[in-house]
Design a protein around this ligand. Structure first.
Ligand SMILES: Nc1ncnc2c1ncn2[C@@H]1O[C@H](COP(=O)(O)OP(=O)(O)O)[C@@H](O)[C@H]1O
Ligand SMILES: [Mg+2]
Length: 336
């Protein structure tokens, strides 16, 4: 296992990722020049409203963009220093479900309805860890127990649809973690759950992480959800990164008006004031160029904001923002 040291190279490095969807002669750019790194043992949150390009970016990391009619137009994705872009499917398949696992918003999407809870997890142990049937079953029970599924020996014989949403997500986490991955990609893993169950699943993820060296790419549309789990945050808007930084910093001193807007719409953290969602919607992919993509919805926009596409500018170590007004804006943050 990798040591948690700052000098260790990042586990996952995404650089200049540009994704296009479509077919034939018409391709639409849905993600543009996205870069981020994930270090061993850390949780990086990818945050942004629905449609900002979080899922397609995660899908590309797993080498699955092509399956849904997408293609990597530019960029590099390195895992432990090894380039994944252009790797044959056979090699990518070896990585998926072993070194890199994924769970989804709807836990049933991560699970096979035809197999019992125990079989799903045991299958991972057999395929990826080469265990025999008996040992794999024992490992499955152990995993169900570890993720807090009560009465694991009995529940192992139930099918996924017999589990509640929260328990099904625990089961999906057990299956995803059974291969001892070094990276878990969690795409809105608590969005479909009610608030209490959501908190329990987040607590489980935190516990797993404190006990292992797991790195988590945690995807959410809600900054409030990532507040407790993430070390660093990458904020995406309309297919590009608009701000990034360590969580405490980004919460207390947001540098981009979009981040400040997302912070205002967190009900529990927003000092009890009524929820203020950002008015307007994300522009559809491929419709904006040569302007700040957020300008239309921004309270701080000036004429110049519509005249040039701002570049992502580094502020201090690890902090960056894509707003030409950063230097003269004082945006309200939240101190947890
Ligand atoms: N298979 C696809 N074909 C065409 N466009 C897609 C496909 N998947 C996603 N998109 C587009 O890419 C953009 C980003 O989508 P997505 O990554 O799902 O957003 P998020 O996960 O942030 O909500 C959206 O505009 C969406 O319509
Ligand atoms: Mg999504």
């Amino acid at each position: 296992m990798t040591e948690k040291t700052t000098s260790a190279p990042p586990l996952l490095e995404v650089e200049g990722l540009t994704l296009e969807y479509g077919s034939g002669r018409r391709w639409t750019r849905v993600v543009e020049d996205v870069s981020f790194t994930l270090n061993a043992g850390e949780t990086l949150a990818l945050v942004g409203e629905s449609g900002s390009g979080k899922t397609v970016s995660a899908t590309a990391v797993l080498g699955l963009a092509g399956r849904k009619g997408g293609r990597i137009a530019e960029g590099s994705i390195r895992f432990r220093g090894r380039e994944l872009v252009g790797l044959p499917e056979r090699e990518l398949r070896k990585l998926r479900g072993s070194e890199v696992s994924m769970i989804f918003q709807n836990p049933l999407r991560s699970l096979n309805p035809a197999f019992t809870a125990g079989e799903q997890v045991a299958e991972v142990a057999r395929v990826h860890q080469g265990m025999g049937r008996k040992a794999a079953w024992a490992r499955a029970i152990e995993m169900l127990d570890a993720v807090g599924i009560p009465d694991p020996e009995r529940r192992a014989r139930d099918y996924p649809h017999q589990f509640s949403g929260g328990m099904a997500q625990r089961l999906a986490i057990a299956a995803a973690l059974c291969s001892n991955p070094s990276v878990l990609i969690a795409d809105e893993p608590t969005t479909a759950l009610d608030v209490t169950v959501q908190a329990l699943v987040l607590e489980l993820l935190r516990k797993v992480q404190s006990e292992t060296d797991l790195s988590v790419l945690f995807i959410s549309h809600d900054l409030g959800v990532v507040a407790d789990v993430a070390d660093r945050v990458v904020v995406m808007y309309a297919g590009e990164v608009v701000e990034q930084g360590p969580i405490a910093d980004l919460f207390s001193k947001p540098a981009h008006p979009y981040t400040a807007g997302l912070l205002c719409s967190i009900p529990a953290l927003g000092r009890g004031e009524p929820l203020r969602a950002i008015p307007g919607t994300i522009p559809p992919p491929g419709t904006l160029s040569g302007t700040c993509r957020f300008a239309e919805r921004c309270n701080y926009r000036e004429a110049a904001c519509a005249e040039a596409h701002p570049v992502l500018t580094e502020l201090t170590d690890g902090r960056a923002t894509r707003c030409r007004r950063t230097a003269d804006l004082v945006l309200e943050g939240i101190t947890a």
